[in-house]
Write a protein that binds this ligand. Structure first.
Ligand SMILES: C[S@@+](CC[C@H](N)C(=O)[O-])C[C@H]1O[C@@H](n2cnc3c(N)ncnc32)[C@H](O)[C@@H]1O
Length: 286
């Protein structure tokens, strides 16, 4: 492969059908993410910088690197690059409006309220939950756990600094005034939550397609806009694993474009995108 004279753009590195097929299996095994047919351009646009980083000119060489021993660090980078991390504050706002009621219905009453943002991306979802709990769980202790597979987004989430303009347009005004801080000096143009709220939100790396680490039990789990990337079997396993972390009467929230229909889950739909684990004395369905 030669670079064009005069410092122009480097030529695209071709990805063969066989190489693409190998990578779809590799990605599914490590993340559950299904690459449907015709996503070659997505793969090349995300991975090509890694080939160039390693001075490689063929996907076959890069994939041999991923398949070889000592590939853990590069595998993590490649998988991170294939995740889609779109998120924003108070996305699908109905869930935040319903949160006070869902918490009240969980059998965790008396214990600290615990909410899990199970595919938290850069953290806006977990911090939106915290802003909501700061108002509706004032007299109770509470915590939010955010998890994601992608290490890159987790470091943004832990940093907890967000572009002011887009955050301000989505966070309700009273919550902004009561619980958010505007950056000054080197933080100009950024927004963060007050330290007392941030301290109640923690992030860790969890791959939902593997057995879960010990996370404790939750009143509400947000699992929004991830299931769409999974095949039915993977969805079923992930949902069953998460259902096992719910307190009796606790709820799982999924994205409005997603459904648990056909997965045979023990959770019962209580309204679109809201599923509830039976409370004490109630019968479970399957
Ligand atoms: C589109 S974002 C959803 C963010 C947020 N829940 C929302 O609805 O705005 C999907 C997230 O799922 C994460 N993800 C992908 N595969 C995962 C897996 N196997 N385990 C945990 N998180 C995963 C991605 O890294 C990404 O940040």
């Amino acid at each position: 492969m030669t670079r064009p004279a005069g410092g122009g753009c480097a030529q695209a590195i071709p990805l063969t059908d066989r190489e693409y097929a190998w990578f779809t299996v590799f990605l599914r095994r490590r993340s559950g993410i299904e690459l449907r047919e015709g996503k070659q351009t997505l793969v090349t646009s995300r991975l090509e910088p890694r080939l160039r980083h390693h001075g490689l000119t063929a996907y076959g060489d890069y994939f041999r690197m991923l398949g070889g021993p000592d590939a853990a660090a590069e595998t993590r980078i490649a998988v991170d690059l294939m995740t889609t991390n779109e998120t924003y504050f108070f996305r699908e706002p109905q869930h935040f409006e319903q949160l006070p009621e869902l918490i009240a219905a969980s059998a965790g009453a008396g214990r600290p309220v615990r909410v899990w943002s199970a595919a938290s991306s850069t953290g806006e979802e977990a911090y939106s939950i915290a802003l909501t709990l700061a108002e509706c769980a004032k007299n109770r202790s509470w915590e939010v756990v955010g998890t994601d597979l992608c290490t890159r987004v987790l470091s943004t989430a832990r940093r907890g600094l967000f572009p002011l303009e887009s955050a301000r347009s989505r966070i309700p005004e009273p919550l902004l005034r009561a619980h958010c801080l505007r950056g000054r000096g080197e933080y100009e143009g950024l927004l963060t939550l007050v330290p007392a709220l941030r301290a109640r939100v923690t992030f860790r790396r969890v791959n939902l397609t593997r057995p879960l680490p010990e996370l404790g039990s939750f009143d509400v789990v947000f699992l929004r806009n991830l299931l769409i990337y999974f095949a039915a079997d993977t969805k079923r396993q992930v949902v069953d694993r998460i259902a096992a972390t719910l307190r009796p009467g606790g709820c799982l929230l999924i994205g409005h474009a997603e459904t648990l229909t056909g997965l045979g889950s023990t959770l019962r739909a209580v309204r679109p995108s809201v599923y509830r684990l039976a409370g004490p004395g109630e019968e479970r369905s399957r």
